[in-house]
Design a protein around this ligand. Structure first.
Ligand code: S3P
Length: 433
């Protein structure tokens, strides 16, 4: 059976993770492939797209603009570009922060009215960070809490380029501003606090935009995009769960193939190496190879965070079994993710018997724990749920209960099946106890 729609699972481990696999298409690239193909003139073929619900919401959003998206018969999509009319209904982005924020940039550049919203978790996440620069470009944006929270109402068009330096290191904010900049008068620049993932810059160039990166500054000129074909590589953030799974237990050995190899997405590999992990990442083929290793604690600070922003729960799980005390700081942005990821990563580790102290912008994890099975509420956060499942399968002997499991399908449908195949764990649908 598929566990994708199941609200709670019981995972009974604990053995090593062994095997090789491919993970879903990169979520960040998938959102951008749909959005850029929708803005472009002509038809783009997109293969390897993430099939998670987050990306499906972006597909439905562009279809509301009259963009035609068709199956190509071989598992890929054909996107006939061109926003043809105002969205003919509310754009519901589900749980997807990237989906709503990047689409908001597109809506700001479009001469028409758009209404964007999402699920109960997304409606609690900060939207002022994109609304403010987009307003400075000339878009009219309103929303709950004086325009800070979704639903957002955007009347776009007639923008002017700005020079913007976001106060937070955020690829989503950078991308929203750059996408709006495509239809502004004059160039738009974004200067980053710390370098973040560069998918938007890389993909804008592929779609023929005039975009330049100079150190921490990105500049985009207004202009039309031209359709291009995109083969979406595997998502390194999903591979991180399997890297940690391999490391948790003696005898672990995992190979993940066909991962994205570009800037800012596989920094977790370097962090695990600093922890003593036997891990290789081939920059040419995108193959990651991991063998179980004795881990030691690591110190992670603000400059490390943008490169591992989605991998902190998984890395925290590795820190729990490492020798010594791991200190993570400068990670305040994690409180604005799918859940408050500082609080809920700490809560998850505690459920397995790990000693962890939550700080304002991070956590202190005492390693070397002997894990016991636990009960974990994912708080609607797919990455908390998947990390808990890996700990339950590989490191905590006995049965663990994970609630809010249905969040996993936002990014990784079929995760439970991969877990069973690699670890031999038993996964069962459970009722909340
Ligand atoms: C993403 C950027 C990151 C990351 C998110 C995907 C993107 O968010 O956490 O999962 O695709 O641009 P921030 O840029 O807000 O840190």
């Amino acid at each position: 059976m598929s566990f994708d729609a199941v609200e709670a699972v019981r995972v009974t481990g604990a053995g090593p993770a062994v095997g090789s696999l491919r993970v879903p298409g990169d979520k960040s690239i998938s959102h951008r492939a749909l959005l850029l193909a929708s803005l472009a003139r002509g038809t783009s073929a997109v293969t390897g797209l993430s099939l998670g619900q987050d990306v499906m919401h972006t597909r439905r959003a562009v279809e509301r603009f009259g963009v035609v998206v068709r199956e190509d018969g071989g598992g890929g999509l054909l996107v006939e570009g061109g926003l043809r009319h105002e969205p003919d209904g509310v754009l519901d982005h589900g749980n997807a922060g990237t989906g709503i924020r990047l689409t908001a940039g597109v809506c700001a550049g479009f001469d028409g009215l758009s209404v964007l919203t999402g699920d109960e978790f997304l409606r609690r996440r900060p939207m002022g960070r994109i609304a403010e620069p987009l307003r400075a470009m000339g878009a009219q944006i309103d929303g709950r809490e004086h325009g800070q929270l979704a639903p957002l109402v955007i009347r776009g068009g007639n923008l002017r380029g700005i020079a913007y330096a976001p106060p937070q290191a955020s690829a989503q904010v950078k991308s929203a501003v750059l996408l709006a900049g495509l239809s502004a008068q004059g160039p738009t620049t974004v200067t980053e606090l710390h370098p973040t993932r560069r998918h938007t810059e890389e993909m804008l160039a592929r779609f023929g935009a005039r975009v330049h990166v100079d150190g921490s500054l990105v500049r985009v000129e207004p202009g039309e995009l031209t359709a291009t074909d995109i083969a979406v590589p595997g998502d390194p953030s999903q591979a991180a769960f399997w890297a940690v799974a391999a490391l948790l237990t003696d005898g672990g050995s995992v190979v993940v193939e066909d991962l994205y190899t570009g800037f800012g997405r596989s920094d977790f590999v370097g962090v695990l190496r600093r922890m003593g992990a036997g891990i290789d990442f081939d920059d040419v083929t995108g193959t990651m190879t991991v063998r179980s290793s004795r881990l030691r604690a690591v110190n992670l600070t603000a400059a490390d965070i943008p490169g591992i922003v989605d991998e902190v729960p998984a890395l925290a799980a590795a820190a729990a079994v490492a020798e010594g005390t791991t200190v993570i700081s400068g990670a305040g942005e994690l409180r604005a993710k799918e859940s408050d990821r500082i609080a809920h990563t700490c809560g998850m580790l505690r459920a397995f018997g790990v000693r962890v102290t939550e700080t304002e912008d991070g956590m202190v994890i005492e390693g070397g724990a002997r894990l016991r099975p636990g009960t974990v509420d994912s708080h609607g956060d797919h990455r908390i749920a998947m990390t808990a499942a890996v700990l339950a399968a590989c490191a905590a002997e006995g049965g663990s209960l994970i609630t809010g499991w249905d969040s996993v399908a936002t990014s990784y449908p079929g995760f439970a099946e991969d877990l069973v195949r690699l670890t031999g764990a038993r996964v069962e649908a459970a009722s909340e106890e």
